[in-house]
Write a protein that binds this ligand. Sequence first.
Ligand code: 2HA
Ligand code: ZN
Length: 273
Amino acid sequence: MDNVLDLKVVKLFVDTCHQSWLKGWNERNGGNMSYRMKEEEVAQIRHLFDFSGEWRPIGLTVENLAGEFFTVTGSGKYYKNVLREPENNICIVQIDEKGENYKIVWGLCEGGVPTSEFPTHLLNHSIKKEKTNGAYRVIMHAHPANTIALTFLLPLEDKVFTREIWEMITECPIVFPAGIGVVPWMVCGSSDIAYATGEKIKQFDAVIWSHHGIFCCGQDFDVAFGLMDTIEKSAEILIKVMSCGGKKQFITREQILALAEPYNVPIDPGMLD
Ligand code: 2HA
Ligand code: ZN
């Protein structure tokens, strides 16, 4: 292979950015995404990397990510432009042997650094890698409008958001049986939001950042994107229902839990108390 952009997973990364842009989740430079690359993927393009760049501090330590490579969106870059000029809007970085520094080895050809949320991504990759025995590889953050709108209307509690969003589409408890976490408004790009999200990501695959957006993860791009899409669709239905005078009937607690057995999913009954 003689072009990083020919690697299937890099094509998928670029395509997922574009799909997210088409959804309207990434106004201006909003949103960011990262992918923890597989060894066999890195092996196919490693000879195209430039290792002469400088190591830069991550700002926190992620020991279990030492030596790993990530594909990640650039800080201040627009999702709108990723498909047209991937090499100027995304990059591949390597983590050092201590899990304390990173180096850009490909991409951001006109200059730049990884997303301002990169420390948050890495901390959450570290937690999910451990929790899923390495299965989870994708983290996405974006600004879907209906989900953000709900954070001005509902109490900012995990159980309230889980119940309300589960109820709007029957498949929601099957898609995210653990539920959804919510964190209060925080300064984005800060270590506070990184650690607060990290606490929630131990239990959930999606965390809503109040008055800001969704942060979610999964084993691949389809799963992570599908999770964001499902939550946002459900939030849209809820906003419509609220705008039309509110619910006149409900999916009951028992009905939600009845989905667990036929679909073989561990729906957390504790989220419905
Ligand atoms: O602008 O979305 O949270 C990128 C972001 C920061
Ligand atoms: Zn954001």
